[in-house]
Write a protein that binds this ligand. Structure first.
Ligand code: UT7
Length: 328
């Protein structure tokens, strides 16, 4: 990346208290723990309380990230929230968060790129800082996927959960920070993963509710094939752009959708399991929040040391994908 060196100065995360286990799902749809664990690696997910929305989760993760960075909210110039489950159509979740944080100086907007949203938002904010336009940015991935999950559809309801992760971006010493970003999209695959109802094409009616069009609809097999292909491609491209090889990666932080997709990425990169952060067993797929949640946990667990080369890579609805190399 050209311009000022930009890196992550603090991380924070938050997950709701309630757990939805595979055993709970066995009582809701025709499924079983063994199928879910072997096909996905997921054992439980977190579910937001009835009075909790995406901005509530985002707020808790953001307060922790600001604390870790030693930055006051009113020093923020920018807030970007990556989410596909905003509190409401508008105002944006980022504006709700800006108010509750007291980040008076910050511009605020949401970014919609599904599970790739966090990487897209990082690229966005890092670019604005590198250009000299802003100094301090808060980038959040936050989701309440339980609100758009059809708990009568066994193909999807086993996968998704709720949570939030946040990072504070700012200038860092030269030699550290983001080294590359790769962002991509293939809108021709949009139908493979979507929520069709509620927008301007199919506004909410009693019929759209009865037909369950406000929930996630997914062609799992096709998304799986796409994911395996783009995770490897995007990761390799990001490394090449950063001038690094596969062996230089200290830690891989992949989107947490399916353990079999993560394993195929590890094989393609020739990396051992120990160099990969996995939390999907406990949280399932939390879309834009998956990568920052995994990053925050890795940092808190002492798995990330100064100078480590991190590779983040994700894919999702759109279809979209994104990868980034970062020196911690
Ligand atoms: O962030 C992006 C979000 N999406 C993804 O990442 C999804 C990517 N795709 C996947 O992770 C996998 O495709 C799934 C986990 C969704 C499904 O695994 P799969 O190995 O691709 O299974 P499948 O769809 O090929 O289904 C195999 C069988 C089917 O039965 P038949 O038709 O072979 O008799 C399904 O009906 O498994 C059945 N099945 C289930 N059985 C028990 C599907 N869901 C379940 C379930 N429990 N929950």
């Amino acid at each position: 990346m050209k311009g000022i060196s930009v890196g992550i100065r603090g991380v924070g995360s938050y997950v709701p208290e309630r757990r939805l286990t595979n055993q709970d799902l066995e009582r809701m749809v025709d499924t079983n723990d063994e199928w879910i664990v072997t096909r996905t690696g997921i054992r439980e997910r977190r579910i937001a309380a009835p009075d909790e929305a995406t901005s509530d989760l985002a707020l808790k993760a953001s307060v922790r990230a600001l604390e870790a960075a030693g930055l006051a909210a009113d020093e923020l110039d920018l807030i970007v929230v990556a989410t596909i489950t905003p509190d409401m159509f508008f105002p944006s979740t980022a504006c709700l968060l800006q108010d509750r944080l007291g980040a008076r100086k910050a511009a605020a907007y949401d970014l919609s790129a599904a599970c790739s949203g966090f990487i897209y938002a990082l690229a966005n904010a890092a670019g604005l800082i590198a250009s000299g336009m802003y100094r301090n940015a808060l980038v959040v991935g936050a989701e309440c996927l339980s609100r758009i999950t059809d708990y009568s559809d066994r193909n999807t309801c086993i996968l998704f959960g709720d949570g939030a992760g946040a990072v504070v971006l700012g200038p860092v010493p030269e030699g550290r920070g983001f080294r590359s970003f790769v962002l991509g999209a293939d809108g021709s695959g949009g139908d493979l993963l979507k929520v069709a109802g509620g927008g301007s094409r199919l506004p909410p009616t009693a019929d759209t509710v009865a037909q369950r069009r406000h929930f996630i609809e997914m062609n799992g097999r096709e998304v799986f094939k796409f994911a395996v292909r783009v995770m490897g491609n995007a990761a390799e491209e990001a490394l090449e752009k950063a001038g690094l090889g596969k062996a230089d990666v200290d830690l891989l932080i992949p989107h947490q959708a399916n353990i079999r997709i993560i394993q195929s990425a590890l094989e393609r990169l020739g990396l051992p399991q120990e160099k990969c952060v996995v939390n999907l067993d406990r949280y399932g797929n939390v879309s834009a929040a998956s990568i920052p949640l995994a990053l925050a946990e890795a940092v808190e667990d002492g798995r990330v040391r100064e100078g480590d080369r991190l590779l983040m890579v994700g894919f999702g609805g759109g279809l979209t994908w994104g990868a980034s190399v970062l020196v911690w």
